[in-house]
Design a protein around this ligand. Structure first.
Ligand code: SR1
Ligand code: MG
Length: 401
């Protein structure tokens, strides 16, 4: 593992965060200021500084040399802060409408200072609260299409792409995904985190050799394919939105990987909502799924036709081959995400907010079954078939909330 000297690293406090923002001239020094630590993620501290009178603000994010959620026993490079700042700058150059602006970054202190998005809401919380985000999935479909196309060999000259990929080599954050998404949840003897009532459902996964083989293939794809620069952690907690605006944050897991991984993370995190909602609520999520995939494919196709530099761009069947590959990969990755958020590390509030124990266990049993189906059947699935699976596995098996 790469080791890093953290001797110059100092954790910010609300006071030193304000001092830094003043020193950099990013806030009005004469104003009355308020600063709160608001980080609720697994890896970082986040300070929100606002001018009390105008409510104008900035965000200061600081990585610490270990994973907050795993404790100091899981050391993590501070380089991830620089990867995140660079990824934001990179992605914003391709789709400024969906990515916050970075004002300043300091690799030594692992700090990124960026646009305040507090007028928006984290999508996971919004969906749980029943808020509607009518443009969200169209926006995320466009975002994934643009970042996937513009960072690929179809747009960048291949040697340039390899150079960019070198800057985004991110072994320690990839390891988190390799361990917690692609390994631990699939072996009984490895660490897990789940209710005892889920033991039978978990056993079915551990003993299903077809699931285990397909997960091995998906893990290999994650580790070896360098199709595009990915966000790497595109769940609904990494997205801020309102009815009209969408911003993708937190790309510290960015690396060159298979495009289906970002597509699959977003799909899976919509599926948690599809599983837990009542009939009408499910329909709203199914609309999101359709809009997301439609926007992705339409935007990617437009970029392919208008800006593809590959000599193979006009070869009949090449684009459909690629879009189909992305989709099958995505459903497989989505299946892994559904399973790890249910019996592995880092559960999701979508399931954990369910108060009634039986309802919660039924929903979690469903996400496990749905995850296994997506992994095994990904070659034959399309979006309507995924929606059909959700309907079959939820509307018949328990009374919706
Ligand atoms: C140790 S970090 C756990 C999870 O949080 C992040 O958001 C990623 O999803 C990671 O797997
Ligand atoms: Mg995150």
């Amino acid at each position: 593992m790469m080791t890093q000297n953290h001797s110059n690293f100092k954790r910010l406090t609300t006071e030193t965060a304000i001092t830094l923002a003043k020193k950099l001239g990013l806030i009005n020094s004469a104003a009355r200021l308020n600063c709160k630590e608001i980080g609720d993620g697994n890896l970082n501290y986040v300070f929100h500084i606002t001018e009390t009178d105008t409510n104008k603000g900035i965000i200061i994010k600081q990585a610490v040399p270990y994973a907050k959620v795993l404790g100091e026993s899981w050391p993590l490079t501070l380089k991830r802060a620089a990867i995140e700042a660079n990824a934001l700058i990179h992605f914003r150059s391709y789709c400024p409408e969906f990515v916050p602006q970075v004002y300043y970054s300091d690799e030594r202190l692992a700090i990124t200072i960026m646009e305040d998005l507090s007028h928006l809401k984290i999508v996971r919380s919004g969906l749980i609260d029943g808020d509607s985000f009518p443009l969200l999935s169209q926006h995320i479909g466009e975002y994934v299409a643009k970042t996937a196309f513009y960072t690929s060999d179809y747009h960048l000259e291949p040697s340039v792409k390899k150079e960019v990929a070198r800057h985004f080599t991110n072994p320690e954050l990839c390891k988190i995904t390799e361990v917690f998404i692609f390994t631990d949840p699939f072996f009984e003897e490895l660490p897990g985190d789940f209710e005892v009532e889920l033991t039978d459902a978990a056993n079915k996964i551990w003993n299903d050799q077809e699931v285990i083989l397909e997960v091995a293939k998906l893990k290999q794809s994650f580790e070896t394919e360098q199709e595009a620069l990915l966000h790497g952690d595109l769940h609904t907690g990494s997205i801020f939105a309102s009815e009209t605006e969408t911003k993708v944050i937190d790309p510290e897991f960015a690396f060159y990987g298979p495009v289906g991984f970002d597509l699959g993370q977003y799909t899976a995190n919509l599926l948690f909502q599809a599983v837990t909602r009542d009939r009408a609520g499910k329909e709203e999520i199914f609309t999101h799924l359709h809009e997301f995939w439609y926007a992705f494919e339409e935007t990617y196709t437009g970029l392919w036709e208008g800006q593809n530099k590959s000599p193979f761009r006009h070869v009949k069947g090449y684009l459909p081959y690629l879009l189909t590959k992305f989709k099958k990969d995505a459903f497989g990755f989505a299946g892994c995400e559904l399973i790890r958020r249910t019996i592995g590390l880092s559960h999701v509030a979508d399931l954990n907010v369910l108060q009634d124990k039986e309802t919660k266990i039924t929903a979690k049993t469903t996400t496990l079954k749905l995850g296994a189906s997506l992994i095994k059947k990904r070659e034959e699935l399309d979006v309507p078939a995924v929606i059909e699976l959700v309907k079959q596995q939820t509307l018949t098996s328990y009374s919706p909330l």
